[in-house]
Design a protein around this ligand. Structure first.
Ligand code: GLN
Length: 477
C-alpha cells in the first residue's frame, strides 16, 4: 500500500476491491510490527475499527454522501486535541489530561469521514529536534533504528514511513514537520501561518505554530489541507479568505525562477553530503529549464538566535498555565503555601528542555533585558520578513536543504545543545516569515539515511507551492 495516494484508495474503495476495515487492520498490524520504534503513544484500535466498519456501510449504502477524506486513515501528533482522548504534548505534566474538545483540524477531518488511528510521540511541548525529550521515551528513525527520528513531530514522520497511516498531522514551530520528514524520507508540509486554525493545538510559540501534514504523496497532503484549512471563529489568527483548492494540474516548470541563499549554502555547519545532494537537485531543476540563482542573504546568522529568543519568550508565557491548579500534574504532599505547591508541580511535571526554555523565555522578557533581547529579536524578525518578501518580487520559489546534516545517533552526547539549535537554521526561516514550506525526500546519502530539500513560496501561495512541488517531484528522481 506504500505510495498509494488517497485518490487511488478512494477509487478502490468505490470499486469494492478493498474495504476500509481491511485497510485499518493492515495499518494496525504495521503498528504492532513496528512498535519498538515508539512512534505511537496510544493507538485508537477499537474506535478505528468501528469507524472503518461504519464507513464501509456508508460506501455501500450512500456513496453520494461520502466526505472528501473518506478512506483516509490519519495519525495525529500528541499535541493536537481530540475530544475525549488523552493529549499529553509528550509531557508528564499532561500525562492523564483528557481533551475536552477537538481541535478544528481534527473536527474537520472527522466531518470529512477520515479515521484517526492514534496519537504520535513527540518532543515535550514540541521543544526539540530529535523526539528524545518526550516523557514516553525517544522515537527511533524509521530507516535506521539507532538514529533519532528528528523532531519534534518524530512519531508523525515514522508513522507515515512505517505505513501505519496514509498521512499524519504534525505541528511546525521551527521545522518540526519538515525536519523529521527529511530524516525519515517522507514529505512534510508546513502551511502559511494561519492557513490552518490553531484551535486545539497545544501552544508552544503562538506566532510561529502551525499544524502541518506529512505523507508520501503531495496530492493526499493537498486534499487534507483543503479540508482542515480556512477561517475559524475560534482562532483570530486564522486567515479569513479561503485559499484556492489544489487542482493537480501540471505546472510548467520552464521559466520558473528559483533562488537559494548563498550564505546559508556556504555555512560552516552545512555537511558536505547535504550540500552535494542539494546542488545535484538544483542541477536537475536547471535541466528542466528552471532558472536557479544564488542570492545574497545577509541575515543568515540571525535566523536561529531570533527564532530561539522569540519562541522561548512565547513558550514561557504559554506554559505558565500549567500550574497543577488549572491544568496539569499536581505534586503530592503538604506545602507551606500555594506557591510551593505550584513550584513542586512544575518541577516534577516538566522535563529539562522545557525548563531551559521557560528560564530563557523569562530572562529575555524580564525588565532590563526585554529591549536587549525580545524587542531586538522582534525587529530582526521583521527585517528578515521584509527581505524574504523582497526576494519573492524576483523569484517564484526559494529552495534550501531541509537540514544541515543527516539524522544522528540516539543519545549522541557529542551533540551540544547549541549545535542542535543551529541545525534548525534552514527551517526556522519559514516560521519567522510565516511563509509555506515543504520538505521532499531527495536522496539517501552514503550511509543510506534519507535527506530532504525544502521548497518555499510566498505567504498564502500554498496551492501554487504544492503544485510546483508535485511537478518537480517527478523530475528529480
Ligand atoms: N527544533 C525547534 C525547537 O526546538 C523546532 C521545534 C518545532 O518546530 N516545534 O524549537
Amino acid at each position: 500500500m506504500i505510495g498509494k495516494s488517497l485518490k487511488i484508495i478512494q477509487e478502490e474503495l468505490e470499486q469494492g476491491t478493498i474495504t476500509v476495515e481491511s485497510m485499518v487492520n493492515m495499518y494496525l498490524d504495521n503498528i504492532e510490527r513496528t512498535k519498538d520504534f515508539n512512534a505511537y503513544v496510544e493507538v485508537f484500535k477499537e474506535e478505528a475499527l468501528e469507524g472503518a466498519r461504519q464507513l464501509d456501510l456508508k460506501i455501500k449504502s450512500s456513496p453520494d454522501q461520502l466526505g472528501e477524506l473518506f478512506g483516509a486513515v490519519i495519525s495525529i501528533k500528541d499535541n493536537i486535541c481530540y475530544n475525549g482522548h488523552i493529549v499529553t504534548a509528550g509531557s508528564k505534566m499532561l500525562d492523564d489530561f483528557e481533551a475536552p474538545y477537538s481541535s478544528t483540524a481534527v473536527e474537520r477531518m472527522i466531518q470529512a469521514d477520515a479515521i484517526i488511528i492514534g496519537r504520535t510521540n513527540c518532543d515535550e511541548f514540541s521543544m526539540g529536534s530529535t523526539s528524545e525529550s518526550s516523557f514516553y521515551g525517544p522515537v527511533k528513525n524509521a530507516v535506521d533504528a539507532t538514529c533519532i527520528a528528528g523532531g519534534s513531530s518524530g512519531g508523525a514522520a515514522v508513522s507515515v514511513k512505517q505505513n501505519t497511516c496514509i498521512a499524519a498531522l504534525g505541528s511546525d514551530t521551527g521545522g518540526s514537520v519538515r525536519q523529521p520528514a527529511s530524516f525519515n524520507g517522507v514529505i512534510g508540509y508546513k502551511p502559511t501561518y494561519g492557513l490552518v486554525s490553531r484551535w486545539g493545538l497545544i501552544a508552544y510559540g503562538s506566532s510561529f505554530d502551525v499544524i502541518g501534514v506529512l505523507s508520501n504523496d503531495i496530492q493526499t497532503i493537498a486534499m487534507i489541507t483543503d479540508v482542515i484549512s480556512g477561517p475559524d471563529d475560534y482562532d483570530s489568527t486564522a486567515i479569513q479568505d479561503p485559499s484556492p483548492r489544489f487542482t493537480n494540474e501540471k505546472i510548467n516548470l520552464k521559466g520558473k525562477k528559483v533562488a537559494y541563499l548563498n550564505e546559508l549554502l556556504s555555512h560552516s555547519k552545512l555537511n558536505d553530503s547535504v550540500k552535494n545532494a542539494f546542488f545535484s537537485f538544483t542541477e536537475k531543476l536547471e535541466n528542466n529549464e528552471v532558472e536557479v540563482v544564488g542570492e545574497a542573504f545577509e541575515y543568515s546568522d540571525y535566523l536561529v538566535p531570533a527564532y530561539y529568543i522569540l519562541c522561548a519568550a512565547e513558550a514561557s508565557s504559554n506554559l505558565s498555565r500549567f500550574d497543577g491548579v488549572r491544568y496539569g500534574h499536581r505534586a503530592d504532599g503538604k506545602f507551606q503555601d500555594y506557591r510551593e505547591m505550584i513550584k513542586q508541580s512544575r518541577t516534577e511535571g516538566f522535563g529539562n528542555e522545557v525548563k531551559k526554555r521557560i528560564i530563557l523565555g523569562n530572562y529575555v522578557l524580564s525588565e532590563g533585558h526585554y529591549d536587549a533581547y525580545f524587542t531586538k529579536a522582534m525587529k530582526v524578525r521583521q527585517i528578515i520578513k521584509n527581505a524574504i518578501e523582497d526576494l519573492f518580487l524576483k523569484y517564484d520559489y526559494i529552495v534550501l536543504p531541509t537540514t544541515t546534516t543527516q539524522a544522528w545517533l540516539i543519545g549522541d552526547a557529542s551533540v551540544d545543545p547549541v549545535e542542535m539549535y543551529l541545525s534548525d537554521m534552514f527551517t526556522v526561516l519559514a516560521n519567522l516569515s510565516g511563509i509555506p514550506a515543504i520538505s521532499i525526500p531527495l536522496t539517501n546519502n552514503i550511509e543510506s539515511l534519507p535527506l530532504g530539500i525544502q521548497v518555499m513560496a510566498k505567504s498564502r501561495d500554498d496551492t501554487n507551492l504544492l503544485e510546483f512541488v508535485s511537478a518537480i517531484n517527478e523530475v528529480i528522481r
